[in-house]
Design a binder for this molecule. Structure first.
Ligand SMILES: [Zn+2]
Length: 151
């Protein structure tokens, strides 16, 4: 993300008008995901669940490195964009690159929110909000369970 900083308008544009093309695609049936994932991973990533606040192992860790999709290893976030939002979920200001993430308008619970998913396998990651730190102003609020630490 060195070349371009995503802003809220870019997020809305992706959600409304279509997402950037992913580098590759991984598509599996629920039964296949169920075999590969733990019960909790399956529930959160494939059934759009949410882990309990402050429960995740990545919540308060800031070691350098990258975070990948627990389902397909797609690189999602770099620790350099991680910040302490105080929400109890791992929070990032930007994805590792523009086409790592896809955005979807989520009208559940009577609110319009922007859901963020892995752009390779459609794994549910969390939501993005417009109250993050500058310069992006974005706060990606992500379930720890959806991610694995890479390197
Ligand atoms: Zn994925």
């Amino acid at each position: 993300m060195k070349d371009k900083i995503l802003k809220w308008n870019d997020v809305l544009n992706f959600a409304n008008n279509g997402n950037p093309a992913p580098d590759r695609r991984v598509e599996k049936k629920d039964e296949e995901w169920r075999q590969q994932l733990t019960e909790e991973e399956f529930y959160i990533t494939r059934k759009k669940g949410t882990e309990a606040r402050f429960s995740g192992e990545h919540c308060s860790r800031y070691e350098p490195g990258k975070y990948g999709c627990v389902c397909c290893d797609n690189e999602l976030f770099d620790s350099g964009e991680k910040f302490d939002s105080g929400t109890g979920w791992p929070s990032f200001t930007l994805p590792i690159k523009e086409n790592a993430i896809k955005y979807h308008k989520d009208g559940s619970f009577g609110m319009i929110r922007i859901e963020v998913m892995c752009n390779v396998c459609d794994s549910h990651l969390g939501h993005v909000f417009q109250d993050g730190p500058q310069p992006s102003g974005l706060r990606y609020c992500i379930n720890s369970v959806s991610m694995k630490k890479i390197d």
